[in-house]
Structure formats: C-alpha cells, structure tokens
Write a protein that binds this ligand. Structure first.
Ligand SMILES: [Zn+2]
Length: 342
C-alpha cells in the first residue's frame, strides 16, 4: 500500500491548549508524525510525497471566506497590539445568525470553535500539505490501487465547512471523499477516531451521496459535546445518511467490534463504491485522552473487519496522541487491513 506525506506537515507546532480551563501543552505535536511514519513503514508501506493540488479540492468542501481566513489570519493577528503569539479566539457567536465580522478578533471567534486549534505562521502551509496527502491517496485509489494511506497531520475531522476546531483546520477526510465522488456515485466515510467526527458530519449533513458513520466515545460527557448523538441522522435530502454510534466510556475491543458490525449493516445497505476511513488511533487504552480502551491487537481486528467490506479505500489519519504504542497501533491497523485485503 502506498502512503503519502510531505515534510511541510511537520512545521505546524501549536503550543497552547486549554483543558478544563487550564493551560496545557498542546498534544497535537509534530512528533506524532515520526511515530506514525515508523508505524507505516513497519507495516511495509512506502512513503511518497504528494503533489501540490492547489485549492480546488479543498474549496470543494470549505467556504471561500474560511480559506481566506486560514491563509491570512496569522499575519493580520500580528498587527494587533498586545496580541498572543498564536491566533486563539476569545469570543464566539453563540448562534451563527449574526453579522460576519470584519475584525481579526471577530473572525477568529467566528471561524474557530475552541482553543485547541491555535494558528501560527506555519499552520496554513502544513494544513494544505496535509490535505494534499489526502488528495493524492484518493487519486491513487481512483487510479486503481485497492487502498492508500494518507498521513494527514494536522488532522481534519473536527473542521466544518467554515470552522476549525479540535486540532483541525482542513477536513482531510471530507476532501478525500469529495475527490472520490468524481468517480464514485456513493462514498462512505467511516470514522473510528475516539472523538465524534463533527466537522465531517456537518459538511455532508444534507447530502445523500456521502454517508457519514462515526463510532466514538459518547459525547454526553466528552468532546465535542454538541454533536455525535444517536439522534443526529441528517437533514433534508441527507436524512438517514448520517449514523452516530456513541460508545460508553472505556469500551474495549469487543464492544467496538460489535458496534462496527452495526455500522457495516448500514454501509452495505448504502452500497457505496468507495470508502474513506477516518483513522483515529486515540480510542487506544493508553492514549492520553483515555476515552475508550481499544488494545493494539484490537486495532488489527478493526483493520481486518473494515477490509472485509471489500471497497476501494482511502485511509486518512485523524487523531492518536503521543504514547509508546502510537506507531504500533498504526502498524496493527494497517497489517490487519492489508492481511485481509490480500
Ligand atoms: Zn480524536
């Protein structure tokens, strides 16, 4: 299986993060890349550099004003006297029915959901290359590869069409799905990250051509709180094309695999022609977020089960934070997936 990644993705290095109001080091560190690269190589993957695909495939799922914001906000922020070194919002519209603000502070609040996605000088460039890794993987699958892996970092599944959040800026899984739609009539995104893929859900919520399915820790007491509940099923023509499968905290392999079976029933009924796996590895029992208790062999079985769908598959890296087994968990998933896929 081919894997895609560009060195520029390492330059985004967020410092700040508020957890329950307390300043903490941001866990979405560039070092994640080293661990994930090692994990991909251990699974026998060859790493290639993606091409520059321009804004086209990104603008297909994000709004022009949001992309303009991401590109220019850091330079604008630097001109504010006394502003923080990284762009971090401190005011948000409580509903999105007000005016679009002209100021950098107002736009930061409008386009950033939380304090976990600080923007620095390198953020835009890293996010672009992360998205292009996803585009390149989708292109490889459309060209006939049975599967491809995109080492996307920064991750993407908390990014809505016009809002960053939870370490995410450009929604790489959504970008990949939209690229696959050039050939496939129906595409499914299966999100196995610890956290609900709220941005992905939001982007496709009214569409019946991209089925979004997410397994995650129950958001009743877990990020992203406002989304990820079982009663969110889509809207308008998209009604019935979003499936949320929240799991009780600390659920382990058996519960995860069992719930995956429920996901597969819906996916098979949808009869998709291509699959995007939003692969978070933070459901791991030893992940610093500690929400679920999937084991390393569990990731292998999850990979094997997903390969059993027999679909052309783009695997997009989402979460998974620094712990000793991060690389091993990726190796386990990819080995399980590849073994079953043959
Ligand atoms: Zn996550």
């Amino acid at each position: 299986m081919k894997a895609f990644y560009a060195e520029e993705q390492k330059r985004h290095d967020p410092k700040a993060f508020l957890s329950s109001g307390a300043p903490q080091p941001n866990p979405e560190k560039p070092e994640r890349i080293e661990r994930l690269l090692a994990g991909a190589r251990s699974a026998g993957l060859t790493i290639e550099r993606p091409g520059n695909h321009g804004l086209g495939p990104i603008a297909a799922v994000h709004t022009p004003e949001y992309l303009d914001f991401l590109e220019h906000i850091f330079a604008r922020w630097q001109r504010i006297e006394g502003a923080s070194a990284e762009v971090i919002p401190n005011i948000h519209p409580i509903a999105r029915n007000g005016s679009y603000p002209a100021s950098a502070v107002g736009q930061a609040g409008y386009h950033m959901a939380d304090t976990a996605c600080p923007i620095s000088a390198e953020t835009w460039n890293s996010a672009l290359w992360s998205a292009w890794s996803a585009v390149e993987a989708a292109d490889a699958v459309m060209a006939g590869a049975p599967s491809a892996y995109a080492l996307c970092r920064p991750p993407g599944h908390h990014a809505f069409a016009d809002v960053a959040g939870g370490f995410c800026f450009i929604n790489n899984s959504a970008v990949a799905a939209q690229v696959l739609r050039r050939q496939a009539t129906r595409v499914v995104i299966l999100d196995v990250d610890l956290h609900h893929g709220n941005g992905t859900q939001g982007i496709f919520y009214t569409r019946p051509d991209v089925l979004t399915v997410s397994l995650h820790a129950d958001p009743v007491r877990f990020y992203p709180f406002f989304w990820g509940h079982a009663d969110e099923r889509g809207e308008g023509p998209g009604l019935g094309y979003n499936l949320n499968l929240p799991l009780p905290r600390k659920s382990a392999d058996a519960a995860f695999l069992d719930t995956l079976t429920t996901a597969f029933q819906r996916i098979r009924a949808f009869a998709p022609e291509a699959l995007v796996v939003a692969l978070g590895l933070d459901a791991f029992e030893g992940d610093p977020f500690g929400g679920l208790s999937v084991t390393t062999p569990g990731f292998s079985r999850i990979g094997e089960a997903i390969a059993g769908l027999g679909l052309p598959t783009v695997i997009v890296q989402e979460g998974g934070y620094l712990c000793d087994a991060l690389g091993d968990n990726l190796t386990a998933f990819l080995t399980g997936f590849g073994g079953k896929q043959g």
